[in-house]
Ligand binder design. Structure first.
Ligand code: ATP
Ligand code: MG
Length: 436
């Protein structure tokens, strides 16, 4: 029978790659903890209308990337393509935005029907951060500082550039939209197909078109900065001062508009040249109108999301290499099946008494010789052996597996636990600290 394969664009993560990802995620979580951010979990599935309204018609995501289906009762549901809309829904549904500020983060799979390639998948993971209730630019700077700390923690700060822009207030943005439309309408038939479609619905998106001919047409497009009202300019200027105070370098890129049409004021991307076409590792911005648009009271919001696959690829290419995975410490085996229960119990007692130790118990049957072979192949430093005599006497035989002909010794379990309490002895006989 033909084997069933994984779905295109939805990759498995094998043990070595997953160990690397866990290491990256642990570092990110450590930074988030230092900043005092709270964690939330949203469901993977939401009402389709949440994304249609929250992400916006006229965006790539809503137009062509969503996994939308009807459930058995005929309700239209969508696998989440991003986390912001769901996070706003969660906050509104549970009253988290009433007279309070929030600093939240989440992590998990997102789903987009895109053309799979390196760094671009149909199921991928994001870590996202959203803050609510902060109108001023200090939180914008805090979030960019948080990102900068992530990159430092992972050793990839040199590989990433902060590209910054402002879209201004909704009024500034609307004024700019008009100016851009007036400029582009006469050029409409020279635009690429996607940009033509966007012209009346979402013309700002044309600015980040990847089509070179379209980019060339934009060379003389009106400048967004000229349309900024005074308050918008003040917000952006203050943010730039704060970034200087935090010693975070950036470049202003007026072409950064972000895909989602709810952004206002600050928008940013952290980009790298190390990953080819998929160079945006993290993107975000301020979305002061979104909460209201989803039915809540006007509440300022700002956030970002990063792709964990792209970030991990970057760490592999440029980052701090995680310490090598610690080998097993102990492999417990009974000489035959009659003493499997005692072997399992011994493993359990060791793990409970010495939580820093990694202990595996032989579970695959076989004759004594096969069992020793497995112990050896496990990479463990010591085999703990239970035979007739040991079980009868309440002892355990300890055989060093990595020290040439070092002799096997016999211990009672309490004595062995005491002996190993400060860590396993190093092969040369001097004590080393346990690694975990
Ligand atoms: P892109 O321009 O690369 O399509 P985007 O603007 O659609 O990115 P966002 O919606 O801002 O991306 O998502 C934030 C981050 O999530 C991206 O910067 C990227 O790191 C990651 N990401 C987005 N889409 C994918 C995908 N299909 N596969 C892997 N990572 C992705
Ligand atoms: Mg995209």
């Amino acid at each position: 029978m033909a084997k069933i394969q994984s779905i295109r664009g939805m990759p498995d993560v094998l043990p070595d790659a997953s160990a690397m990802r866990l290491w990256v995620e642990d570092r990110l979580k450590a930074v988030l903890a230092r900043y005092g951010y709270a964690h939330v979990r949203m469901p993977l599935v939401e009402a389709t209308a949440l994304f249609a309204r929250g992400v916006g018609d006229g965006t790539d995501i809503v137009e062509k990337e969503m996994y939308t289906f009807e459930d058995r009762s005929g309700e239209s549901l969508t696998l989440r393509p991003e986390g912001t809309a769901g996070c706003v829904r969660l906050c509104e549904e549970h009253g988290l935005l009433y007279n309070q500020t929030q600093r939240l983060w989440y992590q998990g799979p997102m789903f987009r029907y895109e053309r799979p390639q390196k760094g671009r998948y149909r199921q991928f993971e994001q870590l996202g951060v959203e803050c609510f209730g902060f109108p001023g630019p200090a939180i914008d700077a805090e979030l960019l500082g948080l990102c900068a700390d992530f990159w430092r923690e992972l050793g990839v700060q040199e590989a990433l550039t902060l590209e910054l822009n402002t879209l201004g207030s909704p009024e500034s943005r609307a004024a700019y939209r008009d100016a851009l439309l007036a400029y582009l309408r006469p050029l409409a038939d020279q635009l690429d197909e996607d940009s033509q479609r966007r012209l009346e619905r979402n013309p700002l998106r044309i600015l980040d078109s990847k089509v070179p001919e379209t980019q060339a047409l934009l060379a003389d497009a009106p400048d967004l900065a000229a349309c900024l009202d005074e308050a918008s300019r003040a917000h952006f200027d203050a943010l730039r001062r704060y970034l200087d105070a935090l010693a975070i370098p950036y470049v202003v890129n007026p072409r950064i508009v972000r895909g989602l049409d709810y952004y206002t004021h600050t928008v940013f991307e952290w980009t790298t040249t190390a990953l080819g076409a998929q160079g945006t590792v993290c993107g975000g911005g301020r979305y002061d109108g979104l909460v209201e648009r989803l039915g809540g009271r006007p509440t300022p919001g700002i956030g970002f999301a990063m792709g964990l696959e792209r970030l991990t690829l970057l760490v592999e290419a440029h980052g701090a290499a995680p310490a090598e995975a610690a080998p097993l410490d102990v492999y417990v085996l009974a000489l035959d099946e009659t003493h499997s229960a005692e072997a399992l119990a011994l493993g359990q007692r060791l793990r409970q008494a010495l939580p820093a130790l990694t202990v595996q118990v032989h579970c695959s049957g076989g004759k004594a010789k096969a069992r020793f072979k497995k112990a050896d192949a496990s990479g463990a430093r010591y085999a703990l052996i239970l035979g007739e005599t040991e079980v009868a006497e309440g002892t355990v035989a300890v055989k060093p597996l990595r020290e040439g002909d070092a002799a096997q010794t016999t211990w009672t379990l309490p004595a062995l636990i005491d002996h190993w309490r400060e860590g396993l002895p190093s092969p040369s006989g001097t004590d080393v600290a346990t690694r975990r």
